[in-house]
Design a protein around this ligand. Structure first.
Ligand SMILES: Nc1nc2c(ncn2[C@@H]2O[C@H](COP(=O)(O)OP(=O)(O)OP(=O)(O)O)[C@@H](O)[C@H]2O)c(=O)[nH]1
Ligand SMILES: [Mg+2]
Length: 401
């Protein structure tokens, strides 16, 4: 929370916690605690209160009236950072959509409350009319943004389907784990990699030279955080599609963070929410230069035993980048197999398709069978799909003859 606040450009003057079983519907925290906070604000000349949870619109109003401070909740703070860091048109539209969706969902409660006061037969005052207008305007804007984003999604989708033989590898992980640093190192790109949360909002993709001809595209995208606001996951869907459609995920973890395992869980739960939890994943334990000694050796041993596919590295070491490429190569190679296909001459188009998707080891023509005999090496999943289609085709031919 402190890091989020600093990233948003505020200096943290005090941190206050309260344990409660049930939140106070009026002030979120207890009234006594709020009195205490009011005094601190007065004493330290604090102007803004940031809550590490989501507040209702009426709680914001009540706390603000009581303390005379601006009140921001966790989702608003994260949305604010996203707004500062969004550079492309798509990212800006996505942030605006998330902000409207979040405010709309909170205003809906407020509207419901107001219409109970002002509503009823024959009592529809001008106040409510204004509310209706606001509601319609927001809905219209939300609709407009969704349509614009859908247009952009279609263009990106077409670009992606042109990727042909390229495998897509996505860097995922907790914010500030080092994804963009690794991306820059592997691709010689120059995307922003700084000690800030959510430095990356706009995804970038570049070619990476994975050994053994595994032509791949590496994607760097937004980082995740604990309790990532749902409105962001929804509005950033077209960005997160890059992750959902990846062939391999590199889950980057900042090993120097004492909390790294709970950060890993937070990332896994977002991956589950977006439907990317069944993608082949390699855990990349980063920033090993910041830790050392016997403790590190023991930790490394434990983590290797606990997780099957891991690599330990420091993004500041060049030699480690080569190790990472070898690891990626190993994972991609494991998915491959070799097989012989008998492709009827009639299905010449299939050969053109295979040339784009797999490696052709040899190809002969068998005039007796009126077919090509092709030896191929490629993704096992794709090869078995092709074999299935060939069998179906042969069965149909047999029936027709
Ligand atoms: N010492 C050390 N610092 C690193 C390493 N990898 C990244 N960093 C630093 O960690 C900070 C965050 O790195 P980024 O690459 O921006 O992290 P990110 O995962 O892309 O973060 P977001 O885009 O904000 O989600 C930067 O200051 C990097 O210089 C590493 O291996 N060792
Ligand atoms: Mg980044």
């Amino acid at each position: 929370m402190e890091n989020l606040s600093k990233t948003a450009g505020v200096s943290v003057e005090a941190k206050i916690t309260q344990t409660f079983e049930k939140q106070n519907p009026t002030f979120y925290i207890g009234k006594g605690k709020l009195e205490e906070i009011k005094k601190i604000c007065h004493h330290k000349k604090v102007t803004t209160l940031i809550f590490n949870d989501n507040l209702s619109q009426s709680q914001v109003k009540n706390i603000s009236a009581f303390t005379r401070c601006k009140v921001i909740d966790r989702t608003q703070l994260i949305l604010d950072i996203f707004a500062i860091h969004a550079k492309t048109n798509r990212a800006k539209l996505q942030v605006e959509l998330a902000q409207l969706e979040y405010n709309y969902s909170r205003l809906k409660h407020l509207w419901g409350h107001l219409s109970r006061i002002e509503g009823g037969i024959g009592t529809r005052g001008p106040g409510e009319k204004q509310i209706e207008i606001d509601r319609r305007l927001i809905q219209k804007r939300i609709q407009h943004l969704k349509e614009k984003l859908e247009e952009i999604r279609q263009i990106t989708y077409t670009k992606r389907s042109n990727r042909g033989k390229f495998k897509v590898i996505a860097l995922v992980g907790y914010t500030n784990a080092g994804k963009s640093t690794i991306f820059n190192r592997l691709t010689q790109a120059n995307v922003t990699a700084v000690d800030q949360l959510f430095a990356t909002i706009d995804p970038s993709s570049r070619y990476i030279p994975v050994p053994k001809g595994n032509h791949s595209i590496l994607t760097d995208t937004i980082g995740f955080i604990k309790d990532l606001p749902h409105c962001l996951i929804e509005s950033f869907h077209s960005t997160l599609v890059e992750v959902i459609n990846a062939d391999l995920l590199l889950h980057v973890i900042d090993l120097s963070e004492p909390d790294f395992e709970s950060n890993m869980e937070a990332v896994n739960s977002v991956l589950k929410e977006i439907g990317a939890d069944d993608i082949d994943t390699c855990l990349v334990f980063n920033k090993t230069d910041l830790i050392g000694g016997i403790g590190f050796k023991l930790l490394k041993k434990q983590l290797k035993e606990r997780y099957p596919h891991t690599i330990f590295l420091s993004a500041v070491e060049d030699s480690d980048m080569k190790l990472l490429l070898d690891k990626v190569c190993e994972r991609l190679e494991k998915r491959k197999g070799e097989t012989q296909l008998e492709i009827p001459m009639k299905m010449e188009k299939l050969i053109a398709f295979l040339e784009k998707k797999v490696e052709i080891i040899s190809m002969d023509c068998d005039p007796e069978k009126d077919a090509y005999i092709v030896e191929v090496r490629g993704e096992r999943e794709l090869l078995s799909e092709v074999k299935e289609q060939l069998e179906k085709f042969n069965q149909l031919e047999y029936i027709n003859s």
